[in-house]
Design a protein around this ligand. Structure first.
Ligand SMILES: [Zn+2]
Length: 215
């Protein structure tokens, strides 16, 4: 027996041993029979089905977990209890959510902490209070034509185009969401041309104005 023949026999034996008729799952690397349509470890589609249309998951179903009778419907838990690779898949999904939460929470926490430290908490306080001030103003003005503060001081919000709508009061109050926005808007209003000297810039957008309430 020559050296080449010996090598050939060894190679054939090796193929036999490692299962020439086996394929490896591209997802988890588990060995599967080459005609298998689904991985016996992780239930991922195998072979042509997966290769032809990787974007479109096959409509076919992985084989029922053996603890079920034929015709029974399998739940995710049924599949997970049999295909151990699936457990790994879902553990990774869970870890991914934990990681993503950390990726969101940590930077936001750091940024808010720095801002709170720089401003003594006023940035966050102003932002949160601004949302309440915005909603409060819009609701009260659309309901009774004034916030409590305006009513006390004899001021009333009216529409320049007819009936005052909730959408009008939402628009005119939107800059109250953040105190700095309201300040910028008011300063801008000071320098913009106007035909109604009782309007902020957002009053012009909302077609509203503020009048003195006459008895
Ligand atoms: Zn697999």
């Amino acid at each position: 027996m020559g050296a080449n023949q010996t090598a050939s026999v060894i190679s054939r034996l090796a193929n036999l041993k490692h299962g020439k008729n086996m394929i490896y799952c591209p997802k988890c690397g588990a060995q599967n029979a080459d005609q298998a349509k689904f991985c016996n470890n992780c239930a991922s589609p195998l072979g042509a089905t997966a290769a032809q249309s990787p974007q479109e998951p096959s409509q076919a179903q992985p084989p029922l977990p053996p603890q079920l009778q034929p015709g029974q419907k399998a739940t995710l838990l049924d599949y997970m209890s049999h295909y151990t690779g699936l457990q790994y898949h879902w553990v990774r999904r869970f870890v991914a959510i934990v990681l993503d939460s950390i990726f969101v929470v940590v930077p936001v926490y750091v940024i808010l902490s720095i801002m709170a430290w720089l401003t003594g908490g006023w940035v966050i306080f102003g932002g949160i209070m601004g949302i309440f001030l915005f909603l409060y103003s819009a609701l009260f003005e659309s309901a009774i034509g004034a916030t409590v503060g305006k009513a006390i001081l004899g001021l009333k919000v009216v529409s320049t185009k007819g009936k005052l709508e909730f959408s009008d009061t939402l628009i005119r109050n939107v800059t109250k969401i953040y105190p700095l926005l309201l300040l910028i808007e008011f300063v801008a209003s000071l320098f913009l041309e106007t035909t109604d000297a009782h309007q902020r810039f957002m009053d012009k957008i909302a077609k509203t104005t503020v009048v003195e309430k006459t008895a």
